[in-house]
Design a protein around this ligand. Structure first.
Ligand SMILES: Nc1ncnc2c1ncn2[C@@H]1O[C@H](COP(=O)(O)OP(=O)(O)OP(=O)(O)O)[C@@H](O)[C@H]1O
Length: 357
């Protein structure tokens, strides 16, 4: 079942087209990441779904109910935020500093829909939420007695307490340090999965989007330029800009003829869905598609310029030089491998390669 339908939603602020004809749908129980650079319209989209921003055009349906419709002939439908059954986890500064953890969570149960619950039912719900986010027994603490990660978990508990139809997370980990961010991403995903929540996370971090979401919507200048599952997005980006935004990309000129790529790296397999003939194509290769090949298989290679070490892996920068001219490329290798500057490496390319006209 479609939990969310965003149908041709646009929003303009003075001269800025913050959202332009955005169309998105999300199935029940799935997580969507809205990914894009600063200013592309991510927050405006999230605020439009929550009802904090009124779009100029389009429709928004949550759980089969139209919560916004600018197109009706009679009058605009625009359900108030508190009646949209949305759980909102903002970026930071989220908890009321003068209330205990328990009271912060219980605040989420003060909406009209939760008013019918008895005091005991609410107290029980708070306990369930504390358990869900792994913080049982800490209900009497004040927010300042919690770490940054614990505070974000309580913010999630507060958003989930009223059993919202849709959970919206606006860059929820951006204030946390790298290690904690990764740990919390996994915890939050597990928590949302445990209750089969439908959720949208806004982020400008491609790793966060690819690792957490079932579906990633890439935005650029108010438009949704690609909506794909993480694997397809990384392997088959719709254009070079998306390719570069979601990962490291080596971009080269090439010729595509009869369904194959002819490039400085020889004949390469063309990825499905690409144009099969072009005299002036641009191809995109991921650094992990380059592998060091044994001498008898070498068709081409390059001299090592430098190696950037990341722990779990490393990026080796190489310079290739042949009749096509000089080109710098990057190859991703296991972090334990070391190469010396100036060393010559024979290379081959594994897997299909994307080509763009
Ligand atoms: N209330 C507003 N008034 C005027 N312009 C606005 C308003 N809100 C957003 N904008 C503009 O709309 C565009 C989209 O903004 P938005 O905050 O949605 O981007 P974003 O992708 O969330 O960026 P960031 O990652 O930096 O938060 C930007 O150019 C922004 O300056």
């Amino acid at each position: 079942m479609k939990k969310l339908i965003i149908d041709r939603v646009s929003k303009q602020f003075s001269a800025v087209q913050a959202l332009s004809d955005v169309h998105l749908t999300l199935e029940e129980g799935k997580m969507l990441a809205v990914l894009g650079p600063s200013g592309c319209g991510k927050t405006t989209l999230l605020r439009a779904i929550a009802g904090f921003e009124t779009p100029d055009t389009g429709r928004i349906l949550i759980n089969g109910q139209t919560v916004f419709d600018a197109q009706t002939s009679t009058k605009l439908i625009n359900t108030k935020p508190e009646h949209r059954k949305i759980g909102y986890v903002p970026q930071h500064g989220v908890l009321f500093p003068h209330l205990t953890v328990e009271k912060n969570i219980a605040f989420g149960l003060s909406s009209a829909d939760s008013k019918r619950q008895t005091k005991q039912q609410k107290a029980q719900r708070v306990i369930e939420m504390l358990e869900l986010v792994g913080m049982a027994g800490l209900g009497q603490r004040m927010p300042h007695e919690l770490s940054g990660g614990q505070q974000q978990r309580i913010a999630l508990a507060r958003a989930l307490a009223p059993s919202p139809s849709l959970v919206l997370l606006d860059e929820p980990f951006s204030a946390l340090d790298a290690g904690l961010r990764i740990a919390l991403r996994e915890e939050v995903k597990a928590t949302l999965n445990a209750i089969a929540a439908t959720a949208i996370i806004v982020t400008h971090d491609q790793e966060e989007a690819l690792s957490m979401a079932d579906l990633v919507a890439v935005m650029r200048q108010g438009k949704c330029v690609q909506v794909s599952d993480p694997v397809s997005l990384y392997q088959y980006p719709t254009d070079i800009n998306v390719a570069k935004f979601v990962g490291d990309a080596i971009v080269l000129p090439a010729v595509v003829a009869n369904g194959s790529i002819h490039s400085r790296f020889g004949t390469l397999a063309l990825a499905g869905g690409c144009a099969t003939d072009s005299k002036s194509a641009t191809i995109m290769i991921r650094p992990e598609q380059f592998v060091v090949s044994p001498p008898h298989e070498q068709q081409f290679g390059g001299h090592v310029l430098k190696t950037i070490y990341y722990g779990h892996n490393a990026l080796v920068h190489l310079k290739t030089e042949d009749q096509w001219g000089a080109q710098e490329i990057q190859m991703r290798v296991n972090g334990a491998r070391t190469f010396s500057p100036g060393e010559y490496l024979g290379l081959k390319i594994e897997g299909a390669v994307m080509a763009y006209e």
